[in-house]
Design a protein around this ligand. Structure first.
Ligand code: SIN
Ligand code: FE2
Length: 217
């Protein structure tokens, strides 16, 4: 029986791609569990709703955020930090689902980082027009652990820069199901997300959800 070559092509493009020393794109790595991830996100944001945090400078972020896991990333006039409880409810953040931890540890291993055990999962929600300016993730105590970032919903353009703000910035298109892992020599590279374009995703409609896993403590 003949198979159309067309059907094999997505598999070919699922080869891991190195973005920089210590940074890998794993195309479609989370696709097989996308619905499971999104159902878990729905449960989490029922308990800990998305909110637009304030920057220390007093601006309101365009990306809405929530968290699950032992630690949650928050920002307000007092600064950026991790908190064990949701400031909105005073309750601990919802637990990190087993399925998240398993996926993320496998992705980290595939990118060359063994034994990644995240204690924090930041959930970012982008609607069209939302963006995340270039920044470093450096509020974590142990910078030897990588960062694992899972993209769901509308496509976005990830900006991946260098260790200083003025270094050249690569543009990496991120599609539903893509996973990016960066650590080691790349751990403190600047990164961000360009303004989300309008569109419709079959599972998420007009939204992009990003899950960013880190070892905070
Ligand atoms: C982040 O840097 O926290 C978010 C990255 C993303 O949304 O892809
Ligand atoms: Fe980040």
């Amino acid at each position: 029986m003949q198979t159309l070559a067309l059907f094999d092509e997505p598999e070919i493009s699922r080869e891991p791609k190195q973005i920089a020393d210590g940074a890998m794109l794993l195309p479609g790595f989370a696709l097989a569990v996308d619905r499971e991830l999104l159902e878990a996100v729905e449960r989490i944001v029922t308990a800990a709703p998305f909110r637009h945090l304030q920057t220390p400078g007093g601006l309101t972020m365009s990306v809405a955020m929530s968290n699950c896991g032992h630690q949650g990333w928050v920002s307000d006039r007092r600064g950026y930090r991790y908190e064990a409880c949701d400031p909105l409810s005073g309750q601990p953040w919802p637990a990190m689902p087993e399925s998240f931890a398993a996926l993320v540890s496998t992705a980290a291993t595939a990118a060359g980082f063994e034994d990644f055990k995240p204690d924090a999962c930041l959930i970012n929600r982008y609607l069209p027009g939302a963006k995340m300016s270039l920044h470093q993730d450096r509020d974590e105590r142990d910078l030897s652990a990588p960062i694992v970032s899972v993209s769901l919903g509308l496509p976005a353009v990830f900006q991946f820069g260098g260790l200083t703000r003025k270094d050249a910035v690569q543009r990496v298109p991120l599609m539903h199901g893509d996973v990016v892992v960066w650590g080691g020599a790349a751990r403190l590279r600047f990164h961000g997300v360009l303004m989300l374009k309008a569109g419709q995703h079959v599972l998420l409609g007009e939204r992009r959800i990003n899950l960013t896993f880190r070892r905070a403590r």
